[in-house]
Design a protein around this ligand. Structure first.
Ligand SMILES: Cc1cc2nc3c(=O)[nH]c(=O)nc-3n(C[C@H](O)[C@H](O)[C@H](O)COP(=O)(O)OP(=O)(O)OC[C@H]3O[C@@H](n4cnc5c(N)ncnc54)[C@H](O)[C@@H]3O)c2cc1C
Length: 423
């Protein structure tokens, strides 16, 4: 009998369970949260805040769990065309256009997670165990054979660490005398505040996103399951939204577009504003070190990104897709090959998040000349997207990780971006 253990039943863990179930006789998902609640839970403190699923991530979820997006929609999560049904403001002005060829499913994070959990636990051989992992078992030389739990232990042929940003894997490796990964950091001191409101039928839009560009304040307001608005306000570099109701509303009124403040003014609040503080992006470079066999890591445990760009769940799904290709026909994964392959998708996502942050002069960091040229071009693309639906569509598809960034460098698009972006 072959056995894989996944640490953490978050998005990365539930997606990893899907591909492990094809390769192993048994898969145990170890999750420290006892209650499988439908609301935010302790182990996922970010769970109460807006979680936009990029179109690239939606496609991967569909690939892993076919029909899951329709299931979410049937259960009440609005399914929309992002350019037509939601309003996007960058540099204070709305993007043009009404077709992107993409689909967004608007759901709270607990709702999405519950759907994935149900799918994972319906797979042959997959079980959930409520326990806290506290270490690794290593009987052979340089080979992990299982995990230590607070209430026992679990032998495993492969351990997958999907325990999120607070992963203790570096400490566990050090305890066994192994090297630990270098950590790359990019600090942004981002503050979130989120509140739910009742949504009455008949609103003209399903969502509004006000980008933090060009200043530090932004926000999102999306229609979610249960006929509710989920409103998240966000501020960078210490400019955090308040969490008292009056301050929350007043802060929303300072955004360069009025739509979110209008929802807050008209709709009935269902809870109090909930805070979250995110110090910065972190990338643990397992790709640059030698790990023992039998252990790999993915999701936020490896790369946890500034959430303003909504890449985290999609990046986790991309890493799981790589795991699937490496597991084809076997249960052995070479940690080095795996982490080197996933480092490529992490690098792309890291680049998007940190380059956008560095475009703000106040953010600390080195800016080589070529990135300044690229930033200038991206700014022109964004400005052109206010007038030109073709540019807006191309920009949105790249931002959603549906098309590669190189799509913005197509000559036809560059001509439009330079012409319209200079207005
Ligand atoms: C404020 C905020 C907003 C975000 N918004 C978005 C967004 O709009 N779009 C997007 O794609 N991403 C967003 N993200 C990122 C997203 O939450 C994560 O990237 C994504 O959920 C993948 O995380 P994960 O599954 O690796 O970890 P998590 O979702 O954090 O799950 C880790 C799990 O491991 C469990 N666990 C931890 N330690 C142990 C242990 N020792 N033993 C057993 N279990 C353990 C935890 O209880 C938890 O269930 C946001 C993040 C933040 C902070």
């Amino acid at each position: 009998m072959t056995h894989a253990v996944v640490l953490g039943a978050g998005i990365a863990g539930l997606l990893a369970a899907r591909v492990l179930a094809d390769a192993f006789d048994e898969v145990t998902v170890v999750e420290r949260d006892e209650t499988v609640a439908s609301g935010p839970r302790r182990g996922v403190p970010q769970g109460g805040h807006l979680h936009g699923l990029l179109d690239g991530g939606r496609q991967l979820l569909e690939e892993l769990y076919p029909g899951v997006v329709d299931e979410l929609a049937a259960a009440g999560a609005p399914s929309v065309e992002p350019l037509r049904d939601t309003r996007w403001y960058i540099h204070g002005r709305r993007l043009a256009g009404d077709t992107s060829g993409m689909r967004s499913v608007l759901a709270t994070r607990p709702f999405l997670e519950a759907a994935l959990r149900a799918r994972a636990l319906a797979l042959r051989g997959v079980t959930l165990r409520h326990a806290t992992a506290t270490g690794l078992i290593e009987q052979g030389v340089d080979a992990v054979d299982g995990v230590v739990l607070r209430d026992g232990s679990l032998p495993a042929d492969l351990v997958v660490d999907a325990s999120g940003r607070s992963s203790r894997l570096p400490t566990w490796l050090a305890r066994l005398g192994h090297p630990t990964p270098q950590e790359q950091r990019a600090d942004v001191d981002l503050g979130y505040a989120t509140r739910l409101y009742r949504r009455l039928p008949g609103t003209a839009f399903s969502g509004v996103t006000v980008s933090t560009v060009p200043r530090f304040r932004g926000g999102g307001c999306v229609a979610v399951e249960g006929d509710r608005w989920l409103v998240t306000l966000a501020g960078m570099l210490g400019d955090h939204p308040p969490t008292d109701p009056a301050g929350f509303a007043a802060w929303a009124a300072t955004l360069p577009a009025p739509d979110i403040a209008a929802v807050i003014a008209d709709a009935e609040p269902l809870d109090d504003p909930l805070p979250y503080r995110f110090r910065g992006s972190r990338w643990r470079r397992y790709d640059q070190m030698r790990l023992p066999t039998g252990i790999i890591a993915l999701g936020d445990a490896v790369c946890s990104l500034n959430p303003l760009y909504a890449q985290g769940m999609t990046l986790a799904a991309q890493q799981v897709r790589i795991l699937r290709t490496q597991l084809t026909g076997s249960t052995a994964v070479d940690p080095r090959a795996f982490h080197r392959a996933t480092a490529r998708v992490c690098a792309a996502a890291w680049g998007v998040a940190t380059r956008s942050d560095l475009a703000m002069p106040e953010v600390d960091g080195r800016r080589p000349v070529w990135t300044r040229l690229l930033d200038d071009y991206v700014r022109r693309v964004q400005l052109a997207a206010h007038h030109d639906p073709v540019v807006a569509r191309a920009f949105m598809r790249v931002a959603n990780l549906t098309d590669p960034p190189s799509a913005l460098l197509a000559p036809r698009l560059m001509v439009r971006a330079v012409a319209h972006g200079s207005r």
